[in-house]
Design a protein around this ligand. Structure first.
Ligand code: FES
Length: 241
């Protein structure tokens, strides 16, 4: 296998052909933020649609910033992963993603474990400078999984987990452009699809778009009022106006 030598943030790196800039940077301890990228080492599966653009870096001699997760290293490349231009681009990208995202972190089940939230903190986002149309999908509350597609950033990690890892084939992108969303065929509810509730889509979702259905309060309700009939299926999603 051919060996490639490049420079990342002033450090010389030697990698094998086909290695991406993200992996090369990681090998020398440089962390480039990512959202859509996912690598499951044990299972040898990768998700790198290059859709979020959070991982952009500057490559000397190239006019446009390059997505590190899907740009292969080339001999002699000189890369900057955290200069001002790159940070500003990441902040802009993140603000654009957040401009079509509900601001309900305070009551979101993923709060504190959300990659999007963590990145906003890391990049010091305090204000969204972009406003426009927002997505409004109905919440799909199945017995085990809550799908809130208003929080989906179309990273497609769940699509890889559902189709390639678990081979269940329920989730896929439907529609195009602004109306594009990840859903079962014909946008049917999970409960009416072939979903096995394995939960792998929830495990890889970087936001609160896919979360485990929390039936804690209903179970507690049953304990304090044993005679009461408890329906553990249609917990409505709560969203701030
Ligand atoms: Fe590279 Fe999303 S992580 S484009």
């Amino acid at each position: 296998m051919n060996v490639i030598q490049l420079t990342i943030d002033g450090k010389k790196v030697v990698v094998s052909e086909g290695t991406t800039l993200l992996e090369a940077a990681k090998s020398i301890g440089v962390t480039i933020p990512s959202l859509c990228y996912m690598k499951l080492d044990d299972l040898n599966f990768e998700n790198r649609p290059g859709s979020c653009r959070i991982c952009v870096v500057e490559v000397e001699g190239r006019r446009n910033l390059a997505p590190a997760c899907c740009t292969p290293c080339a001999d002699g490349m000189v890369v900057q992963t955290h200069n001002l231009r790159v940070i500003q681009a990441r902040r802009t990208v993140l603000e654009l993603i957040l401009s079509n995202h509900p601001f309900d972190c305070l009551i979101c089940a993923k709060s504190g474990k959300c990659d999007l939230q963590a990145l906003a903190q890391q990049l010091g986002i305090r204000q969204i400078h972009y406003s426009g149309e927002k997505s409004h999908y109905k919440c799909d509350a199945s017995p085990a999984i809550l799908r809130d597609m208003d929080k989906c950033i179309l990273c497609r990690r769940c699509v890889t987990a559902c189709n390639e890892v678990q081979t269940v084939g329920v989730l896929s992108p439907v529609y195009r452009g602004f109306h594009s969303v990840v859903a079962p065929a014909f946008e049917m509810d999970l409960d009416h699809s072939n979903c096995t509730y394995c939960g792998q889509c929830v495990a890889v979702c970087p936001t609160g778009a896919l979360t485990e259905q929390d039936n804690t309060w209903m179970v507690l309700d049953a304990l304090v009022a044993p005679g009461k009939t408890v329906v553990v299926q249609t917990a409505p999603a709560v969203r701030a106006a």
